[in-house]
Structure formats: structure tokens, C-alpha cells
Design a protein around this ligand. Sequence first.
Ligand SMILES: Cc1cc2nc3c(=O)[nH]c(=O)nc-3n(C[C@H](O)[C@H](O)[C@H](O)COP(=O)(O)O)c2cc1C
Length: 187
Amino acid sequence: MSLHQPKILVIMGSVRSGRRCPQIADLVMSAAEAAGRLTPELIDLKEWPLPADDEPEIPAKGDYKREHTRAWSAKVAEAEGFVLVSPQYNWGYPAPLKNALDHLSKEWRGKPVAIVTYGGHGGGKCASQLLQLADAFKMRPTVTAPAISVPRESIESGAPMAPDALEAYRPAVAQALGELADLIAAA
Ligand SMILES: Cc1cc2nc3c(=O)[nH]c(=O)nc-3n(C[C@H](O)[C@H](O)[C@H](O)COP(=O)(O)O)c2cc1C
């Protein structure tokens, strides 16, 4: 058995005040830690301010002028795979997640990715958009893409999901993480 536990980034797609994202990301982190095949690091995009207008070159060149872009590049480059934890916003995914993805190019390229979405109906339309983006970067997505349905009353009140309701998705999340570890191992 290999002792190498590849580093993955679990990226929270929401930076919204009062966001639910940390609750969903906690499930991903605890499932990854329980499985023991990966070394997950939680990424909060709130801690990675990446202005959309201050890099003069296109990201595909990798010729970054700003220190924050270089730091983001190094962080993403060191990972062997990713979990994108994203809410569905108006049938898509949040602008800060798009911005963080668009800031780089080769750092994502060809790497495995698991997409975990949530929303009123599980966030399937957001997952479709993220799959298109993964295709653009020639990333290798897991077959399993957990889509967590947030109850309407929880969306409207802003209250966290009931723990039991969220726990019901743990097997699907564990399955996606297992597939992610397999894809990384197969590289
Ligand atoms: C701007 C915005 C747009 C939304 N659009 C959708 C949507 O299209 N479909 C859906 O099922 N839920 C939608 N929702 C509900 C969110 O999926 C739900 O509130 C989720 O908890 C938001 O994630 P966050 O709290 O981590 O930011 C939307 C919420 C926001 C804030």
C-alpha cells in the first residue's frame, strides 16, 4: 500500500456573507480525512483576493505580474487534484469561483477534479457549467458529482442544513473522493 497521500485543495465557491458553504465543505473535509487516501487543504476564496483587472497578460502564458497571482499559482500548482464545492447561483456558479479559476491556466490543466454542488435542487445546472470549464482545462472529473439539495426553509431562513439531512450525502461524497484518489493514482 502506498504511503503517499496526494495533496488536494477543497475550494469553497461561495464568499457570501452568511454562506452555507463552510458546512458543506466540512462534510467534504471530514470524509476526505476519514478515507485517509488524500491530504485535503480547505481553501477559502475570501482569503485569496484576486482582482479581476490587474494582470495584463493572459493566464495561459503564466507570466504573472502580481504577487497575489503568483501565490495563488503556487498554491494550485502544488495540488494533485481538487474538489470544487459550489452553490448554484442563477443556474450557474458564483463569480468569485470563476475569477479564481480564470486567474490561472496550466496549474489546473489535466488534473482530476470532483464537483460537489448544492442548492434548492442540488445544483445540477451549476455542475454542468463546472464540467464544461473542467473540459476547457482538460481536467479529469470524477463520475460521481454529489448534488446536495438544500431544503427550501433552510435557504429562506439562512439556517444551516439539519445535520441528518446533510449526512445523507456522506456516502456520495466519499464515493467521489475515492474516485478522485483513483484518478490521481492512475496519472
Ligand atoms: C444569488 C443567488 C442565486 C441563487 N440561485 C439559485 C438557483 O438558481 N437555483 C437554486 O437551486 N438555488 C439558488 N440559490 C440558492 C442557493 O443555492 C442557496 O442559498 C445556497 O445556500 C447558497 O450558497 P451559499 O450560502 O454558500 O452562498 C441562489 C442563491 C443566491 C444567493
